[in-house]
Design a binder for this molecule. Sequence first.
Ligand SMILES: Cc1cc2nc3c(=O)[nH]c(=O)nc-3n(C[C@H](O)[C@H](O)[C@H](O)COP(=O)(O)OP(=O)(O)OC[C@H]3O[C@@H](n4cnc5c(N)ncnc54)[C@H](O)[C@@H]3O)c2cc1C
Length: 841
Amino acid sequence: MTLILAYYGISGKGWALFLTAIMLGLTVSSALHPVLLILMWIPVIALDMLALVPPLRKKLLTTPIMHAVKRVLPPLSQTEREALEAGTVCWDGELFSGVPQWKRLMDLPAPKLTPEEQAFLDGPVEQLCEMLDDWEITQNLHDLTPETWAFIKKNKFFGMIIPKRYGGLGFSAFAHSQVVMKIATRSVTAGVTVMVPNSLGPAELLMHYGTKEQQDHYLPRLATGEEVPCFALTGPKAGSDAGAIPDKGVVCMGMHNGEEVLGFRLRWTKRYITLSPVATVIGLAFKAYDPDNLLDPETRRHCHADEVVPPGADDDYAASGTDYVSTEGALGVTCALIPRDTAGVQVGARHMPIGAAFMNGPLWGEDVFIPLSYVIGGKDFIGKGWMMLMNALSVGRSISLPSLATGAGKLASLTTGAYARVREQFGVPIGYFEGVEEAMAPIAGLTYLMDSARKTTSNYVDLGEKPAVLSAILKYHNTEMMRSVMGHTMDVHAGRAVIKGPRNYIASVYKTIPISITVEGANILTRSLMIFGQGAIRCHPYLFEEMETATAGNVDGFDEAFFAHMNRNVQLVARALVHGLTGGALSETRNYEATDRFYRDINRFAAGFALIADFSLLLLGGELKRKEKLSARLGDCLSYLYLASTLLKRYQDDGRPVDDLPLVEWGMAHCMFNFQTAFYAITGNFPSRVLGWTVRKMVFPFGRTQKRPNDALEHRVVALMLEPSATRNRLVDGVYRNERPDDPTGRVEHAFLLKLKSKDEEKKVRSAIKAGEINAEVSLDELIQQVLEKDVLTPEEAQRYREAQMAADDAIKVDHFWPEEVDEFGTSEAASGTERDHALV
Ligand SMILES: Cc1cc2nc3c(=O)[nH]c(=O)nc-3n(C[C@H](O)[C@H](O)[C@H](O)COP(=O)(O)OP(=O)(O)OC[C@H]3O[C@@H](n4cnc5c(N)ncnc54)[C@H](O)[C@@H]3O)c2cc1C
């Protein structure tokens, strides 16, 4: 009975009444010795008093606990607070609660394109993809062609997120994601070029925080590409630790358009800035200071002054007319939009990112004066840059890299399946070898998983959410999954993908993987610090409230949050135990036999995760920040639960096609196995070994029950890649594809389809060779002659067979170059800027 009550989470009052009823029963039945009865009544009465008389509880229990919590709480800096408060909580909050309410996810509408968005994908996006020659772009031009730039601007690719009233396309996040994904399957360079202005950048910031004048001026120009934006946060000394930017703006009077106005005198050094070499307007993040109190008191009151400039951060700034070194009057991170032609702005030099040719470069400014009107949002937003960036990041990071990564997975699934069917060794298509099958299964399995996560998360953005934690999960996991997928894709293609040239459709994506891993939150940091670090406070149902009320000394608020929290922990222990023993059999499912066990697994592990997360927080408190390995593994647990949930959501949204089940099963096995690995690593290294062991035994009472996808499942998954089908089409939906024999990917698909069409002819020819009727060690023409002479094939069949063989021969070909051609594309990368100042930022 106790376990049942705990399982359903009765309140403190409920517990008091329950125990009192038991004691009354025992007393009336006279079953126990009176002394024993009295001894048992004492704690029950104490519990009753505390549970049923709140003023007493608050005085005797809540206040001392609150003071103790306050003492151990690490103070939150304004920057940390803004990062934590940015964004919203979605399904991550349900998982953190340990008792996910599936209705909240499953009842969300499925992501859908409007007819206009679909027409854009079928029209301009398709056309753009056809214009893109990735070899030419990356190897010879080191840029998009002028026609491509013009096409991108004319068709408003830079204005996908800008509302129509400003001349933009006003697309949904899902449509934006589909566009980026499709372009990236053709050219990463073009994908990034289109992605950046629509991601964390001036447009997003202006739409949410810009003044009316700024919106009216810039948004229409950004939408049509009249203005090309970049956004500069990163510098030589502030990469991952972006809050430590040493770039400063000091409030002072200066000349602007012939008038003396209040503004900032700026100095900055930035690097790695995408689109900076071609940008006409620069979004700049800097730290604002007002040492002479020139801003009005109201503006200063809005800002915060807890910015700390790290030691040495100012070394680069030699003394100049403006006191850049002083940290007096710190106002916080501030974002401004600065026209490229502003005096003192230095821009144009290029970095050359590995494997891609999108515009990227350093930029710096010396003694640049800007009026206050250049600050995004005007003077009210001075010092609010960090909050603005964090909010924008929650949206942009959900879309850009996750979509690009999914596109890479779809390209890999499409081409690897086709190639593995076309390429034969030992007289058999390589996709039929078990070893190759083992490498191919994760390509399809991870692609389906990436796509599910992308769809669910972009849908959340469309529903008005700013998914801070989910966007970090997507950024990290989709790019890591892409890394794994592309590694397997290279292995299956082997020499065909190693040799550079216009026929190679894989190598350039493979080479750019480190870019995706590094940008928008480098992956090690994202996993170690951000996913759980943010999730713990953002998603935990009570923690933030407890911190806030304890800091404010609000006893009533703390009392409510703290005891609800304790109550939940009792419930979690009961659930972890019951689910562990029953495999989650009592928990909620969607009553669909094929997937019900997956819901149970997620329910079971969510309770286990919530419990171990809570114990970690209780045991380590603020110290958890420094326990990055523990934090990373807790983040893994949360991530795999989320990714697995998106599989189920997507499967439901797709109408539960039975043929897609192998992909769902593969993804679930992958997620649950990795959850188990992370959980064992957490409990095995837990600061309290006894506690770690106990929780592990509750959640995994029968040991490691979760298994990797097995051989039979891998076989079913790979079979889906080796034949055209509706499932294969769904798997690669949104990829740029054609069947043209003169196209890099089209020629493999072309050969694949012809090979499948001539399956029967191939069989006949193979049998004839085996029977010694014809000789296979001859040219194709001679072979055809033999099969006709020996009546192995009719002329029509022979023609089909010939076409398929020729297409296959073409599909496996790689490029070669003569010395003069190598010179043309091999040497022009030498940096010419190294002798110039600041070229080595
Ligand atoms: C091609 C490209 C395009 C870019 N575009 C832009 C742009 O448009 N605008 C812009 O502002 N920036 C841009 N960036 C910058 C990008 O955001 C940074 O590169 C990124 O933040 C990482 O900084 P870093 O390279 O200096 O690595 P570092 O900060 O030096 O990190 C090195 C390694 O240490 C890890 N690490 C650091 N701190 C921790 C920690 N506390 N715990 C665990 N691991 C940690 C990181 O994960 C990383 O693996 C771009 C970068 C590249 C390469």
